[in-house]
Structures are given as C-alpha cells and as structure tokens.
Design a protein around this ligand. Structure first.
Ligand SMILES: Nc1ncnc2c1ncn2[C@@H]1O[C@H](COP(=O)(O)OP(=O)(O)OP(=O)(O)O)[C@@H](O)[C@H]1O
Ligand SMILES: [Mg+2]
Length: 313
C-alpha cells in the first residue's frame, strides 16, 4: 500500500478520569472520503481535534503523509483544513470580508488572497451572496462559508465535523455537491456525522465509533451487504428467549441471531419471509411477542445490529 495520507495510531484522550477516545487507529488513503460515524458523545470531535493538531492525544500518534504530526508541526499543518462543528464568523461583516480575514491568518495577501476568496466562494456556491452580511445568512449558508474558510489555503486533507447539522435542505445539497466536487479534484476528506444516509452517499469507507472505539470499519456497501436482507428485532417474554433463539437460528431465511436485553436481533436473508418463519416459531413455542420491528438494510441498521441501540433517540 502507498503511504496513507493520514494515519491515526492507537489514539487515546482522557478528560479527567473520563476516557473519551479509547484507542482509535485509522489509515486514510489519498483521495478518500472517509466517514467517522457515531452517536452523540461517541468521541468524533475529540478524535478530529487530535487529527488536526488542536488537541494533544493522551496516547498514540497522528501521521500526515507518513510523518509524525503534532500541534507544533507548522509545515504539515498547512496541508490540513478544518471546518469545526461550531461556527466562528463575524455576523456584521460580509462573507467576503470574513474570508479575507481568515485568509490573512493563513498569510495570504493582496491579489492572491482576493482570487482565492473568489474561488472558495464559487466552490460552496455562494458567489452571488458574497457581499451580504453574515447575519442575513441562513444557518446552512453560514456553514458553507465556514467550509469555504477551511479551503482558503488549499489544504490536501479537509476535515468536516458534522457539516450538515441544523442545515436547510438546499444548503445540505450544496454541501454534498461541494464535497463531491472537491474530492473529484483529489482532496482527501474526513467527515463526521450521525446521519448515516449522508455517509452512504458520500463516503468510500466509514468507521463506526461508539464509546470512543471503532466498532466497525468498511465501505458502506460492504457493511450493508453484511446485513443480508435486513434485521428483525423481536421482544419476547424473558423465559422464552433462549428457546426461541435456538430455533430461529436454524431457519433457512435467517442468517444469525443475538440476544440483547430481552430482545432477539435477527439478521435475515429476506426479512418478509423471515418474519413469517419467526412468528411460526414463537407460536409453536407459545412465546409471547412483546414488540416487533423490521429494519431495512442500511447503515442505521448496521449500527443497531452492532450495538442494540438506535443511532439517534
Ligand atoms: N473539553 C471536554 N471536557 C470534558 N469532557 C469532554 C470534553 N469534550 C468532550 N468531552 C466528553 O467526551 C466525550 C466525547 O465527546 P465528543 O465531543 O468527542 O463526542 P462527539 O462524538 O463529537 O459528539 P457529538 O455528536 O455530540 O458532537 C463525551 O462524553 C463528552 O462529554
Ligand atoms: Mg462532535
């Protein structure tokens, strides 16, 4: 394999005695769109903060182009663009003026700076609104200007932390299109989200993070394929669970099943057929079904299958 564009080696971060990130390792190839997916508090922002040199890890290290990267690696830092979860724009200034300001932080000046501001405005599709003050922008448009700011110095890796949270559908689409176009131009992108459908659309590979650890890593397609025909989640009166479990596993329409807190998670080859078969089993064993849900094969269901929890409550 070529040297990965970005490597995380066993990253850990503790806040006091709370370990927010508990040994995350990743190799991200040049030109990849890589997704970090996980519920609130999973450790996505903490991980991204370590990957961008904003936060020093408690243990482990980060490599950019195979070279150790820390908060002091000024040269490597120029390769990185970071779009934080929180917005930081001056409301009374126009988008154009905000971007001039950010560009100066990156030591861009004069004609070169103005040209670059025009380019990034074009990339996020806000050229015609550039002279309006930020306070007149929608949440989604502000976010797009934040993305533009992260692109000013022509980074090689772009980090986007939940770029579509609280964003209107139009801006959301614009963000998707920018991400796709930027990646098309060769940019490596690391994207965090808890919207699985976004990851399905945008990411070549994803890592599902839960409680500070990677619990699965693959292409969205392969993860979904692994689910087969979808998932059945069957609540049963406790005493009957083991017996039903045993019998359900022998059904031809069923790939496998696990017990999770009074419920049976059943991976199917074909969910409708499996549903009929499973109910036949529960009837024959006189087991009372207390709840029943069918989940289509998608990344949300992958998370449910791995953790027994829904990604969002
Ligand atoms: N500065 C901090 N001090 C103490 N604890 C923190 C700090 N930042 C984060 N945490 C804790 O670390 C854990 C991971 O937080 P983090 O912000 O990385 O999660 P996240 O996956 O980005 O969540 P979200 O989807 O809500 O943005 C959480 O339990 C959070 O409360
Ligand atoms: Mg976060």
């Amino acid at each position: 394999m070529n040297t990965p564009k970005l490597t995380a080696e066993n990253l850990r971060k503790s806040y006091g005695d709370h370990e927010a990130v508990r040994g995350i390792s990743l190799d991200i190839a040049k030109g990849e769109v890589f997704g970090l997916l996980g519920p609130n508090g999973a450790g996505k922002t903490t991980t991204i903060s370590m990957l961008t040199g904003l936060l020093n890890p408690t243990a482990g290290r980060v490599l950019v182009d195979g070279k150790p990267f820390t908060s002091r690696s000024n040269e490597l830092k120029m390769k990185i663009g970071f779009v934080p979860q929180e917005l930081a724009l001056y409301p009374t200034l126009s988008a154009y003026e905000n971007l001039l300001f950010f560009g100066r932080i990156y030591r861009l000046h004069g004609k070169q700076l103005r040209q670059r501001v025009d380019e990034v405005l074009e990339m996020v599709g806000l050229t015609d609104r550039a002279k309006d003050p930020i306070e007149d922008y929608s949440g989604g448009m502000k976010r797009r200007i934040n993305i533009a700011a992260g692109l000013l110095h022509q980074p090689e890796i772009l980090f986007l932390d939940e770029p579509t949270v609280g964003v209107d559908p139009q801006s959301r689409n614009a963000i998707f299109e920018s991400v796709e176009a930027l990646n098309w131009q060769g940019l490596t992108i690391l994207y965090t989200t808890h919207y699985m459908e976004e990851a399905e659309r945008l990411c070549n590979r994803v890592a599902i993070v839960d409680h500070g650890q990677v619990i699965a890593m693959d292409s969205p397609k392969a993860m979904i394929r692994g689910l087969g025909g979808g998932l059945l989640r069957v609540g049963l009166v406790n005493g009957k669970l083991p017996k039903v479990h045993e019998k359900v596993q022998t059904l031809p329409s069923v790939k496998g099943a696990q017990q999770l807190e009074g419920e049976l998670m059943i991976q199917t080859h074909e969910s409708r057929q499996a549903l009929v078969d499973v109910l036949e089993v529960t009837n024959s064993l006189d087991a009372t079904v207390t709840s029943l849900e069918i989940y289509e094969p998608n990344l949300e269901t992958v998370f449910l299958n791995l953790t027994g929890r829904n990604l969002r409550n």
